[in-house]
Design a protein around this ligand. Structure first.
Ligand SMILES: [Zn+2]
Length: 411
């Protein structure tokens, strides 16, 4: 695209609320006037409600880090076909104020009570709208950690637990102790390539979605671009299924569930996406946070003091290393001189542990070519999280062992 896109070339009322995560909020274009925006979503950064909107004007704001990160890092290790197109879009404060007025009431209460659109930003991200399109059903799954760590660097206290129960199941236990909705979902089932276990994983995601009325962030269903909740009245009229049956409404949820499961399984068995994600998670996290912490102490540093994030040049250098020598290193005996690359590998692994996949299909099935699978939310993670992650890992494992839990998550 020759000239830069400007959000003010569209009307705020042509954008509708889709969803949001901790750091960003997403709107999709419903207008007809600007072909550049059709089939695309606008991704805006958020800021805490307490943050003042004034007094911070950056003339030369860099592009959203997600764009450079996808271009320089992610696209070197993930096939392009799985990645949405991302472009920079210029923003202005009054336009952002207008869309906030229009759409704030569409956001979940627990979100708008906490944060808002960051109206000081001058650049946002325009991305492929993977959930939109009339009659399109899209399912977002956050698969989470798909591997068990190797035992090399685990302490005698944690080794038996960490090598038999997956990280997600241990974390689920801790969260349920703290009052969160329990879920039977185990990522190891979803990643297993075993059809029976994969079906179980999807059923478990579905059941947790129903029990929590869609409030868990690891499973979301969109129909024609709109997120669907189990309790929505219109959910029971969602035409997921063969359109030529003559039954256009009143599908019972059992039928919808079975049809959706069938479509999801067809897509998941036909794609390498889960293999790609789990392989990256595992190979980028060879040491486990425990081994990383030990290596750091050998280098006279500690994880909590790691704050300076890698530069774009650091990332390019790391990718070169990852694609060449990294796989030949003896990870059981890591060399302290490679600490920087191990830290960056861990950060990148965290990105893949937290990404989502979007599985998209036309209602009523159709050929697989009209279906697609994409990976989203591949944001760079900040270095200053490492200390927090080390502490969380300790709490998760200690809580799990103290509770006398012994679930076995088969690889
Ligand atoms: Zn598990």
């Amino acid at each position: 695209m020759a000239s830069r896109l400007h959000v003010a070339d569209s009307r705020p009322e042509d954008w509708v609320y889709v969803s949001e995560g901790g750091a960003t909020i997403v709107f999709s274009y419903r207008g007809t006037e600007n072909p550049h925006f059709q089939g695309r979503v606008l991704r805006l950064r958020k800021t805490a409600l307490s943050n003042n909107d004034t007094g911070h004007s950056v003339e030369e704001e860099p592009d959203d880090p997600m764009i450079a990160f996808q271009r320089d890092v992610i696209s070197c290790i993930v096939p392009q076909a799985f990645l949405p197109d991302l472009d920079v879009i210029l923003l202005n404060e009054s336009w952002l104020g207008a869309i906030e007025c229009l759409r704030n009431s569409d956001r979940p209460q627990e979100r708008w009570k906490k944060d808002k659109i960051d109206k000081r930003r001058r650049k946002g991200v325009l991305a492929t709208n993977l959930v939109g399109g009339e009659g399109i059903v899209a399912v977002e799954i956050k698969p989470k950690w798909g591997f068990l760590p190797r035992e090399h660097h685990l302490s005698p206290q944690t080794v038996s637990t960490k090598t038999s129960t997956c990280r997600f199941c241990m974390h689920t236990y801790l969260r349920s102790q703290e009052g969160a909705f329990p879920t039977d979902y185990c990522p190891m089932d979803l990643y297993s390539r075993n059809e029976t276990r994969m079906v179980k994983a999807i059923h478990d995601l579905w059941n947790a979605w129903v029990r929590s009325d869609g409030s868990l962030n690891n499973f979301r269903i969109f129909v024609s671009g709109k997120v669907i909740k189990p309790s929505h009245h219109d959910f029971h009229d969602v035409p997921i299924g063969p359109p030529d049956t003559g039954v256009s409404s009143s599908f019972n949820s059992g039928f919808i569930k079975e049809t959706l499961m069938e479509n999801l399984m067809r897509l998941l068995l036909d794609t390498r996406v889960l293999d790609i994600i789990s392989t990256l998670q595992r190979t980028l996290d060879e040491l486990d946070i425990e081994g990383l912490s030990k290596l750091c102490s050998m280098s006279k540093a500690d994880l909590a003091s790691m704050v300076a994030g890698p530069t774009p040049e650091d990332w390019r250098d790391f990718i070169r290393c990852y694609q060449t020598s990294y796989c030949t290193w003896d990870h059981a005996n890591p060399d302290p001189k490679n600490i920087k690359h191990y830290l960056m590998a861990y950060l990148l692994s965290a990105t893949f542990k937290d990404c989502s996949i979007i599985l998209r299909f036309n209602q009523g099935g159709g050929s697989l070519s009209s279906h697609s699978v994409s990976i989203i939310d591949l944001d760079p993670k900040p270095m200053n999280k490492l200390g927090e992650w080390e502490e969380l890992d300790r709490r998760i494992v200690e809580g799990y062992r103290a509770g006398g839990q012994q679930k076995r998550c088969a690889p």
